[in-house]
Design a protein around this ligand. Sequence first.
Ligand code: WQD
Length: 324
Amino acid sequence: MSVLVTGGAGFIGSHVVRLLQQRGERVVVVDDLSNGRAERVGDAPLVQLDLAAERAPEVLRGAFAEHSVDAVVHFAARKQVGESVEQPARYWQQNVGGQANLLQAMQDAGVGRLVFSSSAATYGAPQVAVVREDGPAEPINPYGQTKLVGEWMNRAAGVAWGLRSANLRYFNVAGAGWPDLGDSVVMNLIPIVFTALDAGRAPVVFGDDYPTPDGSCVRDYVHVLDLAEAHLAALDHLAGDAAGEGHDVFNVGTGTGASVFEVLQVVREVTGIDVQPEVRARRAGDPPQLVADVSRIRDELGWTASKGLRDTVASAWEAWRAGR
Ligand code: WQD
């Protein structure tokens, strides 16, 4: 028996691979290595494959059989919001097309459990301060749309052939569980701030006139190791009798928001650098506040975040320094 992890050489995927290895599970990684790095997966067998390629279902069926796979954790996807707005067809082809190939191969091979990497981007710009899984999901960019469609595809597979899926909506993921597994792609606030500090530039705050306590946007920053643990809890849930109907959606966050100014204050404390930001205009499409209601995952999977913003920023900084 083994777990197949698509995107297992990436930032979040490699944390899940390592945790699974540490608890003695057999792991197989599928990754096209477009963003992933082979050295992150340790001694796990690595199948280099673009899930959206025509040959993908056949290659996956081979991997399922060869490694006696009984569950899949699916990370492999394009994940840059701005890029998705510029190249929507590519996002649909890669994310939705890749997942369709995966689901077809799982159905063919009788692999019946899936943990899916979804996103808070499925909520779009919510009107509420804290979002619940049963609230409206109205994504405002192609990236978020492909993730919502991914959840629907999993639900349809549950109806059609009994797939059990846990769909995890990640909030703002940061930090590192180990210094060699840090986020190497500079796309989000914390690595962007580190890049600015390294270059001696002022980090930019996009807007200080939001209806939030200090005027800057509020997000729910979750430590990548906590997030990775949530995947193990979800896998265990799917293997047990409590999986119910077999299609669940869970927010994965801390339940606590932090503003951009608060993040910068923690960066100051952790790095010892006197960060002096430059406030600029709002960035298009940013909701003022996006914080997870985490009661469902706590009640159903028994998972809660154990690390706070300081751990997240400190581990991100340590991995950042190790990678320079
Ligand atoms: C965080 C906050 C910015 C850079 C995105 C995706 C989301 C998810 C996570 C994948 C915002 C502010 C940022 C800067 C700033 N991705 N900011 N100065 O936009 O909350 O979420 O990543 O699932 O789908 O949309 O993350 O890290 O870009 O920004 O002030 O230089 O930091 O305005 O309020 P975001 P982010």
